[in-house]
Design a protein around this ligand. Structure first.
Ligand code: URA
Length: 436
């Protein structure tokens, strides 16, 4: 027997648990318009306050997933795996990761997002390569995945359309930071890719969505439980996001760093994270027996140029100008640079990713509202790492700017804190979650 919208809301308000049928009914009525925005908002707030069980999260994710198109997997086709990051600062890992993993007879159909607020987005980074088209239709996307092995596109209006509407309501009603709703939102989009395996990079720290390790661990656990409950094996990695990842923040600058990673170079933290997530993807795909074997093969693919060539092919297939891949000086860049130097000697005790992301946003590298345009050329190069001993006047940051701004330079300087005492550098990789 179906319940009225008011009865569904009251049930959750009073701490009740929904049956899968009730959740399906809720989402179907919202999709068809018989459950209004204000009723959905009331249910979202009740859920925010009361939470959802694993069973409810599974039912909600499934209902949201099937509100739109779910890609088809070819019978007997190669394994399909993907990665999702909960969002960070300087997190460009998807760019080297997708082509790298695709070198091993694995398909990576990656539907990625744009930057919003202080976190960057994979699509904005790719679009800094002149001509790169992130809007392939579903058929072209599938074809690219089969022929090249990897394709990275943007969300289409047909993938989990209910999520888009629900997210818009959450955004203006204080219900974004709610674990069950985050889980359903992320997985309803990712599972539409018809995956065999999904690796989740759950960020924790100043520049992450989850600032506390405890809540990030809970999110990681729920993500793997719900994905597993819907038939997709998932592994989550908990990774530190207090300082920016790698040495660049900003779209074209991050593409440049990605190209270095794809050639076996790049900063050690972004290289380590790329390799760790790639190992997980290859293990999920059943392509490698052990992590050590996977690491060896991945290293070879980077150093031999095979992964770089795969990225080149993907860019070309998406209409991107491969001359900018071969020669990064062809990527968008600014004429003006603003060098920030240390005002004292000591040990770098913080490189505040949130503060630097705010500076990058002010430079135009990101967007405050989803309708804002981003400037591909602006951004920040970070020359120092947490814990490093530095001298007075040493180079800390280079701002790539359209116009010099002393106030912004002062904000950037205060994001790098220097102490007299040596500091402990926290691990990048904090933990791992699998389905229990
Ligand atoms: N990312 C999403 O896609 N959805 C959320 O709710 C939060 C982060």
């Amino acid at each position: 027997m179906s319940l009225s919208p008011a009865a569904l809301i009251a049930h959750k308000r009073d701490g009740g648990e929904h049956s899968p049928d009730e959740i399906r009914q809720l989402i179907a009525s919202f999709a068809s318009g018989t459950l209004t925005d204000y009723q959905m908002t009331a249910w979202l707030m009740a859920t925010y306050l009361r939470g959802l069980s694993d069973g409810e999260m599974i039912a909600l994710t499934e209902a949201m997933l099937h509100s739109g198109t779910v890609l088809k997997r070819q019978r007997g086709g190669l394994p399909r795996v993907d990665k999702h990051s909960t969002g960070g600062v300087g997190d460009k890992i998807s760019l080297p990761l997708a082509p790298l993993v695709a070198c091993f007879d694995v398909r990576v159909p990656m539907i990625a997002g744009r930057g919003l607020g202080h976190t960057g987005g994979t699509l904005d980074k790719l679009e800094s390569i002149p001509g790169y088209n992130t809007q392939l239709g579903a058929r072209e996307f599938q074809k690219t995945v089969v022929q090249i092995g990897a394709s990275i596109i943007g969300q289409t209006k047909d993938i989990a359309p209910v999520d888009k509407r629900i997210y818009a309501l959450r955004d203006v009603t204080g219900t974004v930071a709610c674990r069950p709703l985050i889980v359903a939102s992320i997985l309803s989009k990712k599972l539409a890719e018809a995956l065999d395996g999904l690796v989740l990079d759950v960020k924790v720290g100043r520049g992450a969505f989850m600032t506390e390790e405890k809540s990030a661990r809970a999110l990681a656990k729920s993500l793997v439980q719900v994905a597993g409950g819907l038939g997709t094996q998932a592994v989550a990695r908990l990774t530190r996001m207090d300082a920016p990842l790698g040495t660049t923040i900003g779209n074209a600058l991050e593409v440049k760093e990605s190209l270095e990673l794809l050639q076996g170079g790049g900063p050690s933290d972004s290289r380590e994270l790329t390799l760790t997530l790639a190992e997980e993807m290859l293990l999920l795909a059943g392509r490698m027996g052990t992590r050590a074997v996977a690491r060896g093969e991945l290293d070879k693919a980077l150093k031999s140029g095979v992964a770089f060539e795969k990225f080149r092919e993907m860019v070309s297939r998406h209409g991107g100008d491969v001359r900018a891949v071969d020669d990064p000086s062809r990527l968008p860049s600014t004429k003006q640079r603003q060098l920030i130097r240390a005002d004292k000697a000591g040990f770098v005790s913080a490189v505040d990713s949130l503060a630097l992301a705010e500076v990058a946003l002010a430079l135009g590298a990101g967007r405050r509202r989803s309708t804002d345009a981003v400037d591909p050329a602006v951004g920040i190069e970070v020359h120092v790492k947490l814990g490093e001993r530095i001298e007075k006047e040493q180079k800390l940051l280079t701002l790539h700017v359209r116009k010099r701004d002393p106030k912004l330079a002062a904000r950037a300087l205060s994001a790098v804190r220097v102490s007299r005492r040596r500091v402990r550098v926290p691990e990048l990789l904090l933990g791992r979650a699998i389905r229990s």
